[in-house]
Design a protein around this ligand. Structure first.
Ligand SMILES: [Zn+2]
Ligand SMILES: [Zn+2]
Length: 267
């Protein structure tokens, strides 16, 4: 059993876990998962992530509005989000970003940009790292981060799916690369090559549970325990041991989220 895995991106508060959340957390512990970041996608579900984190030592929360929910972002949202960020169990702002997969209409994209940029400013003001969603939008996300000189904000491009050039731009900004279930799919060889070139020092591991289960569980609901399978696959990609992947990605996560600086200690 690899020690100290950090599932840096999950939605364990999602209703798909309502019938077995406690059991899923026990399975995660048994698989070596010691910490889980639960990310909100709306303000309401950010509150749910915080409630879960209040009741578990191993769960921490992120609050933010997802690009697919950007239609809910309005003039009052910044103040409402800041209230959630005041909570001591909130350690990251997210998930935020751009999504060019679900809705490509111009008005929706404009609203996505507004929500993304305003939340990046709030992250900067609060000195919080961000977890960024970049489905089919990696280059556009990097354009925004570069334009806003977001290196001082920092964080992770979760479920990274970019190419070598986009990986280099990510690292140049001081951001990290989130490696999830999609990296284990047979067709993802180019992504694995990019991840290998990015190097273990720059990687976090994640599930994005309940979505995107790794290959060995494909088609099933994903859950935090399965981050161990992604860690094993990553070890094979990099030619290192699972123990090295666990140890390095654990440290990378603390660094990416600047947890020492924030005085957050993880069990
Ligand atoms: Zn996402
Ligand atoms: Zn997510």
């Amino acid at each position: 059993m690899p020690a100290m895995l950090f599932d840096s991106h999950s939605h364990l508060h999602d209703k798909k876990f309502n019938h077995d959340r406690a059991a899923a957390m026990e399975r995660a512990k048994a698989a070596g998962v010691c910490a889980i970041l639960a990310l909100g996608d709306t303000l309401g579900r950010s509150r749910d992530a915080i409630t879960l984190a209040e009741h578990s030592d191993m769960v921490f929360a992120a609050a933010g509005v997802h690009p697919c929910e950007a239609h809910e972002w309005n003039d009052e949202s910044g103040a409402a989000l800041r209230l959630l960020l005041d909570h001591p169990r909130v350690i990251v702002l997210g998930e935020i970003g751009l999504d060019f997969y679900w809705d490509k209409k111009e008005a929706a994209l404009k609203q996505q940009h507004r929500a993304f940029r305003e939340q990046l400013e709030i992250a900067r003001e609060r000195r919080l790292a961000v977890s960024i969603h970049c489905r089919e939008s990696t280059s556009a996300v990097l354009d925004v981060l570069e334009e806003m000189h977001a290196g001082d904000i920092g964080g992770v491009l979760h479920c990274f799916s970019g190419n070598d050039d986009e990986a280099r731009r990510t690292l140049r900004l001081g951001f990290h690369i989130g490696v999830g279930g999609t990296s284990t799919y047979p067709k993802s060889q180019a992504l694995r090559d990019t991840i290998r070139k990015a190097g273990l020092d720059n990687l976090l591991i994640e599930t994005d549970a309940p979505y995107l289960a790794p290959q060995v569980h494909r088609g099933k609901r994903n859950e935090p325990a399965f981050v161990a399978d992604t860690a094993s696959a990553l070890a094979a990609t990099l030619g290192v041991t699972v123990g090295e992947v666990a140890e390095k990605t654990w440290g990378n996560t603390l660094k990416a989220f600047r947890l020492a600086e924030r005085g957050v200690s993880i069990p």
